[in-house]
Design a protein around this ligand. Structure first.
Ligand code: ZN
Length: 149
């Protein structure tokens, strides 16, 4: 049969972790190169997804259900390790956001916001999901602040 007549469902870029079922964040090869131990790097192709579910052992997976667990990363990452920096570029941690909330003024977040727009930011190789952490940091700030009142 001619391939042109085979209708395949169009892939929309969404992939779900084969272990926990959460929607993954697609990452590039450079991110995998930066975070995977070399012997685990070959387990995944160029396209892979990061599982950001804090109670899941899977760090990355691909469409063929190959997975790499957090134990094969070069360092522990947030959110699986809440002590790890939330911001891989500038090292902002949960404790920094807690301090901002305690002071009632998001000075550390503001500084991070400025720096995240600068050329110093290198999220593709510093963040496990290859993305800027600013949205997540703000989400945590508002969540914590909401809990204080
Ligand atoms: Zn998962």
């Amino acid at each position: 049969m001619n391939k042109a007549f085979v209708k395949e469902p169009e892939f929309d870029g969404r992939a779900y972790c084969p272990s926990c079922g959460q929607l993954g964040t697609q990452v590039q090869g450079v991110t995998l190169d930066a975070f995977l131990q070399s012997q685990a790097r070959g387990d995944l192709g160029q396209d892979a997804w990061f599982c950001g579910f804090d109670r899941c052992d899977v760090a990355y997976f691909d469409l063929f259900e190959s997975t790499v667990t957090t134990g094969h990363l070069v360092r522990s990452v947030y959110p699986m390790d809440v002590q790890a920096p939330i911001c891989g570029c500038f090292g902002l941690k949960m404790s920094d956001i807690e301090a901002d909330v305690a002071e009632g003024h998001p000075s550390r977040l503001r500084e991070l916001s400025d720096r995240s727009k600068s050329e110093e930011a290198h999220c593709q190789t510093a963040a496990a999901d290859g993305r800027c952490c600013m949205q997540e940091a703000q989400r945590i700030y508002f969540r914590l602040r909401g809990g204080v009142d």
